[in-house]
Design a protein around this ligand. Structure first.
Ligand SMILES: [Ca+2]
Ligand SMILES: [Ca+2]
Length: 245
């Protein structure tokens, strides 16, 4: 069995809302289960930041520029990193089709662009100089609010970017909610229980193999004290019901 859980020493901590120790010291995890990292990269353009976020892997999964789709999520990110460190860092809001500068905003993930946190007077498409009229991507500005800025803003101040990895807060298997917290099991890779179950799904050639892999995994998790017997049962029950593979 190739599952990581048996080859890595299990380090457990309930990382919800707390700084993650280890390799990615600036990574935090919200109550929504998502991970966030602030990266300082003075002079980076929006396009380069998009690529850098996708190239930064958590447990083998690409990130994306942060999408703040609720007040709660915005408050968490601003509260975690601070207003000053966030200023001029890119977030994942942009205008995919050039427009008048103030409409047609979207999240790079395609999530509905309904919640906004624009600074007073923004978006104004109003940067003077060579980029006048071309403010088509958003940076954090004052008080954790946003400002539209030129996506090619590489000479004056795109100061870096914030990466987000979408991870469930609780373990869900094929639509079946286990009710078990999707805890981190390896602090170096930030792999969670769901990641390891996904690994079982990817490796299994039939349903029996998947169920067996999840059984081994949950036994190891229980032995390590990461889940209770009841939680182990809930995960195994969902795995048995799931149409995987
Ligand atoms: Ca988000
Ligand atoms: Ca602006």
């Amino acid at each position: 069995m190739k599952n990581r859980i048996l080859t890595h020493f299990i380090q457990f901590s309930l990382l919800m809302g707390l700084p993650v120790a280890g390799a990615q010291a600036q990574t935090v995890r919200g109550l929504n289960g998502h991970f966030y990292t602030l990266v300082s990269a003075p002079g980076i353009t929006f396009e380069s930041a998009v690529g850098a976020a996708e190239a930064t892997l958590r447990c083998g999964q690409p990130g994306h520029l942060v999408t703040l789709t609720s007040q709660e999520e915005s408050d968490f990110v601003v509260g975690s990193f601070g207003v000053a460190p966030l200023a001029t860092k890119w977030l994942g809001a942009y205008q995919p089709v050039s427009s008048d500068g103030v409409t047609g905003w979207a999240w790079i993930t395609g999530e509905p662009f309904s919640f906004t946190q624009w600074n007073a007077g923004e978006p104004n498409n109003g940067y003077y100089g060579p980029f006048y009229g071309y403010e088509d991507a958003a940076v954090f500005w004052t008080a954790g609010n946003w400002n539209d800025a030129p996506s090619g803003w590489d000479y004056y101040g795109g100061g870096g970017y914030v990466i987000e990895w979408d991870v469930d807060a609780a373990v869900i298997i094929g639509g079946c909610a286990t009710g078990v917290t999707n805890a981190v099991v390896d602090e170096d890779t930030l792999c969670t229980i769901s990641d390891l179950i996904a690994e079982c799904a990817a490796e299994a050639t039939n349903h029996g193999e998947f169920v067996s892999c999840v059984a081994h995994l949950t036994n190891a998790l229980k032995e390590a004290g990461l889940i209770s017997g009841e939680e182990k049962g809930a995960i195994q029950s969902c795995a048995a019901q799931a149409e995987i593979p």
